[in-house]
Design a protein around this ligand. Structure first.
Ligand SMILES: *Cc1c(COP(=O)(O)O)cnc(C)c1O
Length: 385
């Protein structure tokens, strides 16, 4: 009987071959003609028709009323914090298990991330645990909810749809509505993912998407803010484009804006990539099914499955070692990466990073288990049989 490590490495290479990146972009549609058109017409920068088209294509695809393209997902998240009204010295609830950009966006406003736990099934914020934690530490005052331990106002809750798997967003909305807190979705990983038939990123007050090179579609670098609120959408566009008042020749700005707009050349890539999304989604599901089959007979490890009531984009496949097998995590990471099979652990939990070590936090025992037992697998659509 081969060792557990050998069985796991064999199951990964059964699907991914002898060597594979974690997630490679695929440029095989209209990217060349659309980008060429930008170059030929010299509309390469901050103005051009592809930005408008990409924004309306994104709104149509997600069902959000408005989409505002930005230069990356982190800029979109920063914009979401501003638009949700997060202020200096306030706290924002953030999952400890997320990519660092989620917490950084809070910090850009001079606010403090307050870390909460995730669920084993969705890998996202645990609604029941969040509710219990708020019952314990939160205090209602006339002007909002406060952390009674730190005295800071709690401004919002952010959830993140890890690897494309939607959080239990109806249960989470029950909690945020009970506490009258706005929900912000970090949907950077979940374009093409639905909860009960509705696209992720359309439940929160505002949401952020990312089109970085390793995401399900890419614009080279890029992101977007989604919202259904026309006033928030107008403000999002205004603030991400230097807060300039439209005028024939005057440079009038009425706020401290950001130069966060997506260049036309990147938006052209985005339009072409978005045309391929359904094909990517179908092939990524086949890759996920192949991993599920490959790991069926391997005891002591399980593949992370699509949560109930959800259609996941299956962006990144992951396996979870049983807790008693966590010591095998690093040998598996070593063995696969040495042979060119790109696997990764989950991100270092936010509260373990030096700049966030002193932040308030809830019990994080599930996130800690996930951090020690999870391995992500090569998941490019090109791996589909
Ligand atoms: C990729 C990602 C971001 C940031 O997006 P960029 O476009 O790289 O700035 C934010 N949050 C999560 C969860 C991500 O995976």
């Amino acid at each position: 009987m081969p060792s557990l490590v050998d069985q796991i490495v064999a199951a990964i290479s059964h699907v991914a071959g002898p060597a594979a990146p974690l997630h490679a972009p695929e440029i095989a549609g209209n990217e060349w003609p659309y980008v060429k058109e930008c170059l030929d017409t010299e509309w390469v920068s901050s103005v051009g028709s592809y930005v408008d088209r990409f924004e309306s294509d994104l709104a149509a695809k997600t069902g959000a009323k408005y989409a505002i393209a930005t230069m990356n997902g982190t800029a979109a998240l920063h914009g979401c914090m501003v638009l949700a009204g997060v202020g200096h010295d306030q706290e924002v609830i953030v999952p400890a298990l997320t990519f660092v950009a989620t917490a950084n966006a809070v910090s850009y406003l001079g606010a403090v991330p307050h870390f909460v736990d995730s669920e084993l099934v969705t890998l996202g914020v645990d609604p029941a645990k969040l509710d219990g934690h708020l019952d314990e530490i939160a205090e209602r005052r006339s002007d909002g909810v406060y952390n009674s331990r730190t005295g800071r106002k709690i401004a919002a809750v952010i959830c993140m749809h890890t690897f494309g798997h939607p959080v239990r967003i109806d249960a989470l909305l029950d909690v945020t509505q009970k506490w009258n807190l706005p929900l912000i979705e970090d949907a950077a990983e979940s374009l093409g993912s639905y909860f009960k038939g509705r696209h992720t990123g359309t439940f929160g007050k505002v949401s952020a998407l990312s089109f970085n090179g390793n995401k399900i579609i890419t614009t080279g670098g890029g992101g977007a803010i989604l919202t259904d609120n026309p006033n928030i959408a107008a403000r999002a566009k205004h603030l991400t484009t230097t807060a300039k008042i439209p005028h024939l020749w005057a440079f009038e700005h009425d706020d401290i804006g950001y130069n966060y707009r997506l260049p036309n050349i990147n938006a052209a890539l985005g339009c072409a990539q978005l045309e391929r999304l359904e094909d990517f989604l179908a092939r990524k599901r086949r890759v996920a099914d192949a991993y599920t089959a490959a790991f069926l007979g391997v005891d002591g490890v399980r593949i992370v499955l699509e949560p109930d009531h959800s259609t996941s984009n299956m962006w990144l496949n992951a396996i979870l070692l049983a807790p008693e097998n966590s010591a095998y995590r690093n040998p598996i990471l070593d063995m696969t990466n040495e042979s060119g099979l790109m696997t990764r652990p989950v991100w270092n939990l936010m509260h373990t990073l030096p700049m966030y070590a002193e932040c308030p936090r809830a019990d994080l025992s599930t996130a800690e288990q996930l951090a020690s037992c999870l391995i992500t697998l090569p998941s490019s659509p090109s791996l589909a049989a």
